[in-house]
Design a protein around this ligand. Structure first.
Ligand code: NAD
Ligand code: WQD
Length: 359
């Protein structure tokens, strides 16, 4: 086990954060969650968001929760003063690509300024171990495939969300260069999908889902009429876009091994980047077919024009994470669809049962 301190999880009430919190608790870590709940639901009559109540039930452990915004420096400092923290896993961010194009300042302020505030507080409190949530989006349009960690980043990032992820990686790079005390791992996620196998926690998008898998699940359950497939004229085997979908539980487990690597006494490399993906791409039509088979439902879809800013194909080389961390994704597309479907059928309206389905 690590030191005698806790792991602070920013954005731990979100999709990836909540699954990671569960796996960390199962692995014996003490967890503190910080989230401003901008994208997570809490009943006013209780102390912690619904998702974390469910994580507590699944793990049989208690979670310390703070409703604090990353940009609130005093609030953040207070959390660090209340606890001995060994490491921060930094998930908190806004992530809607389309919205980031409409409101770039909101994204830079939240994702970039918020991260800087967090890093300042960490430095002041002498907590310099960090796992950062990065994204395949930092690669922009692939110059070659599979995407490995040496592929150029930033050059062809087209939207403020993607750029905010890239900028923070660069800030971290400069930080560790300036101060040898920092020890940072940046994890570049490919396309996280699915849910915990219990079906009790999963992705709960507000409004119309931006991403493929939650949209497909909502069509399957009858909450939406049809899926719009963005383009069938790509240079791919069936003409639709290809992505490297990764099961959320594989992704969560990736954080545990990253943390173990970061906190081992011999750890000397101060800034490391790893892709977390399967290394295998699936097309939109392959996802639709797999989901239809698992759910036994017909998925209505219609081809429409390409979505602006989309790329044809993205998949990673997961070899560095395998060789350096000993991590590989174990679950396949069928598991992703099965677990997603269980979550969707058990929670047709997400965490807030009273919520009216939105168009
Ligand atoms: P999510 O929206 O479900 O979770 C993010 C959480 O952060 C939410 O609970 C939200 O309330 C919280 N948050 C946002 N801004 C905050 C702030 N200023 N202060 C405190 N809390 C704040 O998103 P997710 O899918 O779980 O993504 C987690 C991280 O992974 C993000 O950094 C995202 O950029 C990155 N990522 C996500 C994907 C994906 O497809 N989901 C892919 C690559 C990278
Ligand atoms: C997958 C495929 C679409 C919706 C986005 C972000 C990226 C990252 C992950 C955080 C594509 C097609 C989708 C729909 C469709 N997030 N599609 N109809 O675009 O790879 O990545 O999420 O870092 O930054 O850009 O994922 O799930 O949106 O799309 O046909 O209604 O499904 O065109 O080929 P994407 P996605």
């Amino acid at each position: 086990m690590v030191g005698d301190g806790s792991i602070l999880i920013t954005g731990g009430a979100g999709y990836i954060g909540s699954h990671t919190v569960l796996v960390l608790l199962e692995n014996g870590y003490d967890i503190i969650v910080l989230d401003n709940l901008v994208n997570a639901w809490k009943d006013d009559s209780v102390q912690i968001p619904e998702v974390l109540q469910r994580v507590e039930r699944l793990s049989g452990k208690k979670i310390t929760f703070y409703q604090v915004d990353l940009v609130d420096k005093d609030g953040l400092s207070e959390v660090f003063k209340q606890h001995k923290i060994d490491c921060v896993i930094h998930f908190a961010a806004l992530k809607a690509v389309g919205e980031s194009c409409q409101e770039p300042l909101k994204y830079y302020s939240n994702n970039v300024s918020g991260s800087i505030t967090l890093f300042k507080v960490m430095k002041e409190q002498n907590v310099k171990n960090l796992v950062y949530s990065s994204s395949s989006t930092v690669y922009g349009s692939p110059e070659y495939l599979p995407l490995c960690e040496k592929h150029p980043t930033g050059r062809t990032c087209t939207n403020p969300y993607g750029k905010s992820k890239y900028f923070v990686e660069e800030i971290l790079r400069d930080l560790v260069t300036s101060d040898k005390g920092w020890n940072v791992i940046s994890l570049r996620y490919f396309n996280p999908v699915g849910a915990h196998p219990s079906g009790d926690i999963g992705e709960d998008p507000t409004g119309t889902p931006n991403n493929l898998m939650p949209y497909v699940a909502q069509v399957a359950i009858g909450r939406r009429k049809e899926l719009l497939v963005f383009g069938n004229d790509y240079d791919t085997p069936d003409g639709t876009g290809v992505r490297d979908y990764i099961h959320i539980m594989d992704l969560a487990e990736g954080h545990v091994v990253a943390l173990q690597n970061l906190l081992k006494p011999s750890s000397t490399d101060r800034f490391n980047v790893f892709n977390l993906g399967t290394g295998r791409g699936y097309s939109v039509l392959e996802v639709i077919n797999a989901f239809s088979e698992v759910s036994g439902r017909k998925i209505n879809y219609r081809f429409v024009a390409r979505r602006e800013g989309d790329i044809a194909v993205s998949y990673c080389s997961p070899n560095l994470a395998k060789d350096s961390l000993g991590w590989t994704a174990k679950r396949g597309l069928k598991d992703m669809c099965e677990d997603m479907w269980r979550w969707q059928t058990k929670n047709p309206n997400g965490f807030n049962k009273d919520q009216q389905p939105s168009e």
